[in-house]
Design a protein around this ligand. Structure first.
Ligand code: HEM
Length: 141
């Protein structure tokens, strides 16, 4: 399913704010992830500057959600890193939950309205599907 026009508009509208405060969001996201889903922490044992990297990726996604071909190199790198540490499809909802919660907490419910939150949920799932598909190919190879 393609991403709806409304979702594209809402996600793009958060891109300036994410550029400014993305690292606060992703730093909080990891706190939530590791406390709510402690089994994920070990996956990050060799990761460096992960909040910065994830914030950069999320900003790039918000900006390029209507021109995803700009992201294909970045997606390939993410998929390869993920496969190296054996990220599985079951992990994706854990990150979604933590990320959406962190966005609302850090940016505020007046900015991250229910509408914006569900747009980000849809956008996250779209990107997650792209990553899972590529990761499956790499695992199968
Ligand atoms: C749409 C969702 C996701 C995005 C956008 C994303 C993005 C990224 C990015 C940008 C990197 C860094 C790549 C680099 O080193 O240049 C990365 C690495 C990593 N991601 Fe994700 N990720 C996602 C989902 C997940 C999930 C579900 C998990 C598991 C809980 C996960 C765990 C990791 C780990 C452990 C690394 C570091 C691997 C290493 O040690 O090199 N990611 N991810």
């Amino acid at each position: 399913m393609p991403i709806s026009k409304q979702t594209i508009k809402l996600v793009k509208s958060t891109s300036p704010l994410l550029k400014e405060r993305g690292e606060e969001v992703t730093t909080r996201m990891y706190q939530i992830l590791f406390s709510k889903y402690p089994e994920t922490e070990v996956l990050f044992r060799n990761a460096n500057n992960q909040p910065t990297k994830l914030a950069t990726a999320i900003c790039a996604y918000a900006e390029n959600i209507d021109k995803l071909e700009n992201l294909s190199d970045a997606v390939e790198i993410m998929a390869q890193r993920h496969v190296n540490v054996e990220i599985q499809p079951k992990h994706y909802p854990m990150v979604a939950d933590s990320l959406l919660t962190a966005m609302t907490e850090v940016l505020g419910a007046d900015v991250i309205t229910d509408e914006v939150l569900s747009a980000w949920g849809e956008a996250y799932n779209f990107l997650a599907d792209v990553l899972k598909k590529r990761e499956k190919e790499l695992y199968d190879a």
